[in-house]
Design a protein around this ligand. Structure first.
Ligand SMILES: O=C(NCCCCc1cc2cnccc2s1)c1cc(-c2ccc(F)cc2)cc(O)c1O
Ligand SMILES: [Mg+2]
Length: 214
């Protein structure tokens, strides 16, 4: 029987990473995905860009769309100030089950809430479910054709405030052209592109950072 890629990544984390050491979990996954088998983590190069934005913003309330194995959730959670929380959303229950274990192994489970299901269903009920006013920072890393509709939905649901920051992975590869056109063309956003590469490859990719102006 074949294990899944996320299961093999979890096995590698349990074998090689130090329990409670988020950095070692991140490095173990990067090593494995660079040298053994590619996987769609944001990766070390784009991860460094994400780290710098998280450190600059110091979000109290952060949302991640697209958990996968929990790589970026661990990366982000390890940088969050005390009393802040990352809500990360995953559609695929198999990925979510693996991510919960990776997050626990890294010892950041008290900063992370993992929710399962499609973003379109969850976004309208997040304020009530989590007693939120708005998100300080949102990392978009889920279906690329959902970046734009979900951004509009977050605006409509009042989940963005003046100064909220959107960080979008993969705006070049696989690409999110409609999203890019929107945030770059809208007077309600101040957008900036950080050129990088698709995780573990030489293919061009990048991260778009967009400040909501209200
Ligand atoms: O698809 C990607 N990520 C999204 C997985 C969608 C799952 C979810 C949907 C959904 C809906 N609602 C709530 C939560 C969620 S989670 C992705 C793909 C590549 C890639 C793949 C092949 C390739 F040749 C080149 C790049 C690289 C990346 O960095 C990616 O992030
Ligand atoms: Mg991605």
């Amino acid at each position: 029987y074949g294990s899944t890629r996320p299961e093999r990544i979890l096995a590698e984390v349990k074998r090689k990473a130090t329990r409670g050491d988020a950095r070692s979990v991140v490095d173990t996954i990067d090593q494995y995905c660079r040298h053994q088998e590619w996987a769609m983590n944001v990766g070390d190069e784009k991860g460094t860009i994400l780290d710098s934005i998280v450190c600059e913003v110091k979000p109290r309330a952060m949302l991640e769309l697209g958990t996968y194995c929990g790589y970026s959730a661990v990366r982000i959670a390890s940088l969050l100030p005390p009393n802040s929380r990352l809500i990360t959303m995953e559609f695929n229950p198999v990925f979510a089950a693996i991510a919960r274990q990776v997050i626990a192994w890294a010892g950041v489970e008290d900063k992370v809430v993992l929710i399962e299901g499609p973003s379109g269903d969850w976004i309208p009920k997040m304020k009530k479910e989590f007693g939120l006013t708005s998100f300080d920072l949102v990392f978009l890393d889920h279906w690329k054709d959902c970046y734009l509709p979900d951004t509009k939905l977050m605006e409509e649901c009042g989940l963005l405030r003046t100064g909220s920051i959107l960080v979008a992975d993969n705006v070049i590869c696989p690409g999110a052209p409609d999203y890019l056109e929107y945030v770059r063309g809208s007077p309600r956003y101040e957008s900036k592109y950080f050129r990088s590469h698709l995780e573990y490859t030489r293919v061009e990719d990048g991260i778009e950072k967009s400040v909501f102006l209200g």
